[in-house]
Write a new protein. Structure first.
Length: 257
């Protein structure tokens, strides 16, 4: 996928093997970065041209360029981008690990779109400032997560989730609903709201650390700089999540042996 002249078109060479006979006819046309962004927005609402460029800067993507400097993405480039975005969203992997996964031959078909075995969405909650989406009453949360309403109230009491009161009714956003879903799994092993304060305290400290690292850029009045800072914050969140996972696994191995 290295850059080349306009006479060397990867769009002809990179389609699926079954289409090799059609090589004289470029069936898979290379497309612009804007077209790629629009094509992926349904699955990845937070995708943006600047985010795709950021992944290119991180050497995860190498689209060819025209003589005028425009990026052109082949089908293979788009598949690679989709794999990267799914690994970020569904497996919480930082870019460094994703680069290793791809270098090790991780194929796009191995990273299916939303493939949790029990049908639940395990998708990553994003930092990007957007409309929080639907709000859920206590009854809605209990119904969708199959959780005990007393557990939800306990999480509110211990500050794990907060909700928002409207018209005398407390509502929860999608992230808090997924927190309840995760805690419900822990509750099966006897973990209650009071036990989760350590997670809350840890998350608060990590958020403060990341804020201190990117505070100037996040406060910038330049929309592009602020957007880049939010994307960097997303990546840092993935890195810290992966680091915590590794540290936990290391300690659990000691317990298991």
């Amino acid at each position: 996928m290295a850059t080349s002249s306009e006479t060397h078109d990867p769009a002809v060479e990179l389609p699926e093997p079954a289409e090799r006979e059609a090589a004289p006819r470029p069936r898979q046309k290379a497309v612009t970065i804007g077209t790629v962004c629009k094509a992926l927005q349904q699955e990845f609402p937070d995708i943006s041209i600047s985010k795709i460029r950021y992944l290119e800067d991180q050497k995860l993507l190498s689209p060819r360029r025209t003589q005028g400097g425009y990026r052109l993405y082949t089908q293979s480039d788009v598949q690679r981008l989709r794999t990267i975005l799914r690994l970020q969203r569904d497996e919480f992997l930082p870019l460094r690990v994703i680069r290793q996964e791809l270098a090790g031959g991780r194929a796009e078909r191995e990273v299916a779109a939303g493939s949790p075995s029990d049908g639940r969405s395990l998708r990553r909650a994003l930092v990007s400032t957007r409309d929080p989406g639907a709000l859920y009453s206590l009854e809605d949360v209990v119904e969708e997560t199959n959780s005990d309403p007393n557990l939800v109230r306990e999480l509110v009491d211990f500050g794990v989730i907060k909700g928002e009161t409207r018209g005398g009714t407390r509502y929860f956003d999608e992230t808090e609903r997924e927190i309840v879903r995760a805690v419900s799994e822990l509750a099966r092993y006897g973990v209650g709201g009071r036990n989760l304060r350590v997670f809350r305290s840890s998350a608060d400290r990590e958020a403060q650390l990341l804020q201190s690292i990117l505070a100037p850029a996040l406060r910038s009045r330049n929309p592009e700089r602020r957007r880049e800072a939010i994307e960097a914050l997303e990546n840092l969140a993935s890195v810290t999540t992966h680091l915590k996972h590794l540290l936990l696994i290391r300690d659990l191995r000691k317990i298991a042996t």
